[in-house]
Design a protein around this ligand. Structure first.
Ligand code: PLP
Length: 394
């Protein structure tokens, strides 16, 4: 393998395994972990040139690190973006949207169905510095457009959403955003670039929690932003370098190996999730199944157009509300009771009393999160063992 391959000529699966590596003088086959906080200059003049940006090169690992660079290059290619910047967590990446792009008096429009901490970040922290947010229903395009003001800087959406797996129309939202001189930010955690590449649909910025499917084995916390070279260079990188929420070299190394198996894992997650969703639909005590691969799903057609497959998360509502949902969860012996998702291990959670438990009952009802709702992040175990485990409590 040469160091100067043009990776744009290769498919996602190949980029995922090989892109980003700059082989060093040891001819190592695997990408090394550069466990170093700083870098040595050749001379005083070299130090001066690098510090003033007149010469490329590493200075300090809060700014750049070769292992993190390899991860960034690989993920940027897979997302069809110009550049990627890695962060210490998904939330650190979301916070960087505010620190890099917003000022007091600005406004954002966000889907109501986004990660709970994202809502808190917008309301409590961006809000504290004079940025206001309006929350809208992700499928209601008119509501998105009506919420835009002259001060609006970006629209923020997560699709598919959690836990009801609703699908937002990325192309239509990008058109609305651009018509009003705003950016569209898409949280692509549920699909990953294997199933959906929002930049190709018109989005401007991708946000990732690499903690989920990109790691895939529930080991490390991390995040990323993918955007144009200009946005990264002028807005995000100067903030990250100063703000300091950088990804560690060790975590980047773990995520690099996660990317290598991402395509094949996503295929397995989707296959298992589809089988589980169709099986759940036939169970007598299941009231409703939420999975975009089912023809009963309200945005099944849109999901088919916009995504390459339907993802690994399935939610369903059981008869008997909270009591029945808790009983089902407690009857499992295999599934892990945890809020994490995107793991090779299947996980099960009761959203109304955990991930969405801080919402008031009215807000929860408006969001459609019923007390009988159970969410499963379908892992890579044998599907019959997963079904058997659920049958105990169903
Ligand atoms: C987990 C998650 C986040 C936050 O990421 P962290 O790595 O936990 O900080 C943001 N968005 C979505 C959709 C997530 O699932």
């Amino acid at each position: 393998m040469k160091n100067n391959i043009n990776w744009n000529n290769y498919a996602l699966e190949t980029q995922a395994v090989r892109a980003g590596q700059q082989r060093g003088f040891e001819n190592e086959h695997s990408i090394p972990i550069f466990a170093t906080s700083s870098y040595v200059f050749e001379s005083a003049e070299d130090a001066y040139l690098r510090f003033t940006g007149q010469k490329d090169g590493n200075i300090y690992s809060r700014f750049t690190n070769p292992t993190v660079d390899a991860f960034q290059q690989r993920l940027a290619l897979m997302e069809k973006g110009e550049r990627c910047l890695a962060f210490s967590s998904g939330m650190a990446a979301i916070m960087s949207l505010g620190m890099s792009l917003l000022k007091a008096g600005d406004h954002i429009v966000s889907s109501r169905s986004v990660f709970g901490n994202t809502i808190l970040m917008f309301e409590n922290y961006f809000g504290k510095f004079g940025v206001s947010t309006d929350f809208v229903k992700l499928t209601d395009l008119e509501a998105w457009e009506a919420a835009i003001k002259p001060e609006t800087q970006f629209l923020f959406v997560e699709t598919p959403s959690n836990p009801l797996i609703e699908i937002a129309d990325i192309k239509a939202l990008a058109d609305i955003a651009h018509k009003h001189n705003c950016l569209l930010v898409v949280d692509n955690v549920f699909c990953t670039p294997v199933l959906q590449t929002p930049l190709e649909l018109g989005a401007d910025i991708i946000v990732h929690s690499t903690t989920k499917y990109i790691d895939g084995h529930g080991r490390c916390i991390g995040g990323a932003i993918i955007a144009s070279d200009e946005l990264i260079e002028k807005s995000f990188y100067p903030y990250l370098r100063t703000g300091g929420a950088t990804m560690s070299a060790f975590n980047a190394w773990v995520f690099l190996s996660g990317l290598e198996t991402l395509a094949i894992r996503m295929k397995g997650h989707c296959e298992n999730a589809f089988k589980l969703a169709t099986w759940l639909e036939q169970q007598p005590h299941v009231v409703k199944v939420y999975y975009p691969g089912l023809s009963s799903h309200a945005q099944h057609k849109l999901a088919k157009e916009q995504q390459r497959d339907f993802g690994g998360v399935v939610s369903f509502e059981v008869e008997g509300a909270k009591e029945a949902a808790w009983k089902l969860i407690d009857s499992t012996e295999l599934l892990s009771i945890t809020a994490n998702l995107g793991d090779v291990k299947s996980t099960i959670i009761h959203p109304a009393t955990t991930t969405h438990g801080r919402l008031s009952p009215e807000v929860r009802a408006m969001a459609g999160i019923k007390n009988g709702l159970v969410r499963i992040s379908v892992g890579l175990e044998n599907i019959d063992d997963i079904k058997q485990d659920l049958l105990r409590g169903l």
